[in-house]
Design a protein around this ligand. Structure first.
Ligand code: NDP
Length: 284
């Protein structure tokens, strides 16, 4: 029960630029309300040249932590006191956590995905195809490899960007990693267990955009996941369901990374349903 005579809220936030359309506040504050926590999650516009001052301000004001989004996920690192294991491999931080008097950078994007996958399938020994080689692909591939996936095929249009991710993975993890230049409809090799869209194809408002994929190569033994949170029911997931695949939507990944962030900051495992419903309401 909160103390009625305590008027000091605990502060958390997301720093980004632009940031106005970032919906995290809706989801995280739903969790705070659900658990009776007098905490706030502020959506704060921070320009690149002011990131250092913003982090110093958060430190001075005793923020419990903050999320970082575009363009701060890499740039924030020099202003922090340390990094979690996967954030160190990725070289990117999306969640800063105050531990004692230190600000530690974590990356919850891939962890959120992993939590969604584990509800369906154990990643150990699995063969994975990932479309994309940007931040989301990086976060997901690093966590999957650290969790014991046997092999990862990165399929990307821009070969230079794809090669950079493959090199990063090869230097850091044991999984077998290869790059495929994405030209025409990709045929998923037989024996693959998990297929993931980690590109921005399908994101609102371009919801009719189609992933270049031969959907007849999807089998019912495969799990198909999409990072797109809005709309969560993408064309890829629609096609995958029609092929009998189990699917994971981007909203569950978004909620799970939010849950991990709230756990880091408050020590409470928040209610996933309250958080997802709050997001569904705004996306509707
Ligand atoms: P980046 O800009 O870092 O990377 C985008 C990737 O998408 C690149 O690999 C790019 O390929 C590829 N891509 C974009 N358009 C096309 C296209 N028309 N054809 C082929 N490839 C394309 O973005 P992020 O990785 O940060 O984000 C990707 C998506 O993930 C976003 O939509 C974001 O909303 C979502 N996301 C979801 C999260 C969740 O919790 N659900 C968390 C984080 C991100 P190329 O290199 O060839 O340009």
């Amino acid at each position: 029960m909160p103390d009625p005579l305590n008027f000091k809220q605990e502060l958390t936030a997301v720093f980004g630029y632009p940031v106005a359309e970032n919906p995290s506040q809706v989801m995280v504050e739903a969790a705070y309300r659900h658990h009776g926590l007098d905490w706030r999650y502020l959506t704060v516009e921070v320009k690149s040249e002011q990131l250092r001052d913003a982090v110093m301000g958060a430190r001075a004001m005793g923020f419990r932590g903050f999320n970082c989004t575009i363009p701060h996920k890499v740039a924030v690192i020099p202003f922090l006191d340390g990094l979690g294991d996967s954030a160190k491999v990725m070289g990117a931080v999306n969640c800063v956590v105050r531990r004692g008097d230190k600000l530690i950078g974590e990356n919850t994007d891939g962890k959120g995905f992993l939590q969604s996958l584990r509800a369906i399938m154990d990643p150990v020994g699995k063969r994975v195809v990932i479309f994309g080689a940007g931040g989301a692909a990086r976060a997901i591939s690093v966590e999957l490899a650290l969790a014991g996936a046997a092999s990862i095929i990165i399929v990307n249009r821009d070969v230079t960007r794809g090669q950079a991710l493959v090199s990063l993975l090869r230097a850091a993890v044991k999984a077998h990693v290869e790059l495929v230049a994405w030209r025409g409809d990709y045929v998923v090799p037989s024996g693959v267990d998990v297929v993931i869209n980690a590109t921005s194809i399908g994101l609102y408002p371009d919801i009719a955009a189609r992933l270049s994929l031969d959907t007849s190569s999807l089998t019912s033994a495969m799990v198909v996941a999409d990072v797109i949170p809005n709309p969560p029911d993408t064309k890829l997931l629609h096609d995958a369901r029609a092929r009998g695949c189990q699917v994971i939507d981007g909203l569950s990944m978004l909620v799970n990374q939010g849950i991990i962030g709230v756990e880091y900051w408050t020590g409470i495992t928040p209610n996933a349903v309250a958080m997802r419903q709050a997001l569904e309401k705004v996306f509707a």
